[in-house]
Design a protein around this ligand. Structure first.
Ligand SMILES: [Zn+2]
Length: 250
């Protein structure tokens, strides 16, 4: 039985990905193992064969779109092999106007392909681009949209809620005033947990997917709920997000 949810983790980026997968299985932490490039998906997919709690997601990180212009052609055919798609999205932090345009084109093509396939669970990065990302994602009617580490405005958050999006949150968000405001504002029926490991540090070291449970307390406190209440809400939300996302589990 699933006990915890890590809706966004880069399992392949740890020194020993196989050990991470094993630890998620023992901790009964359902983990969406996002990947940044198509070839990383192929490796991660192999690690997930026969596993109950870890699922490989096919992705192309927006910050890599300019450096790997052909990667989208490799990604699209892989989407038929998995129910989970990510890391995808937009990141305008360092991107030139041209790069932004390429990112939007890639995201639009991924969303369109997921629609043709009958819907997927999308884990989406939207740093400094939440408004544009949301506009493109609104066409993804058959897919579940999980906005990972959302950092947009309250206005865009409200629009994302209206559009049916879920939000996966991590303990690093609790460290800034704006992050805490977002953690408070996400409706109870839309919140999910993530580690975004190994990129998120918790207590001075990298957070592992199976440690999501240790991060629950802080977020629960900000939301004025108990750890147990929060944990069970996240499980319910995750089941809904996954069953909304089209094709049966793989
Ligand atoms: Zn990530």
């Amino acid at each position: 039985m699933m006990r915890y949810v890590d809706a966004h983790c880069h399992v392949d980026q740890y020194p020993d990905p196989r050990a991470e997968v094993g630890a998620c299985e023992s901790a009964q932490t359902y983990t969406i193992a996002v990947t940044n490039l198509p070839r990383e998906f192929v490796r991660t997919e192999r690690l997930c064969v026969g596993r109950s709690f870890v699922r490989a997601a096919a992705g192309l990180h927006p910050e890599l779109v300019a450096r790997f212009p052909g990667a989208v052609e490799e990604l699209l055919p892989l989407l038929a092999r998995t129910k989970y798609v990510g890391e995808i999205g937009l990141d305008y932090t360092q991107a030139s106007p041209n790069d932004r345009e390429s990112q939007r084109k890639v995201l639009a093509r991924v969303v369109a392909t997921c629609e043709q396939l009958g819907g997927r669970v999308l884990t989406v990065h939207t740093r400094r681009a939440a408004e544009d990302a949301l506009e493109l994602l609104c066409d993804a009617t058959k897919s579940s949209i999980i906005l990972h580490w959302f950092s947009g405005s309250m206005k865009v958050l409200a629009r994302a809620v209206e559009a049916g999006c879920f939000f996966s949150v991590n303990p690093a968000m609790a460290r800034s005033t704006s992050g805490r405001k977002i953690l408070e504002a996400i409706p109870g029926d839309r919140i999910l947990t993530e580690s975004d490991g190994p990129f998120v540090k918790h207590g001075g070291r990298e957070l592992h997917p199976f440690e999501v449970r240790d991060a629950l307390g802080e977020i629960a406190r900000i939301r004025g709920s108990t750890v147990e209440e929060f944990r069970s809400i996240v499980l319910q939300n995750f089941r809904r997000a996954v069953s909304l996302g089209g094709a049966e589990d793989r």
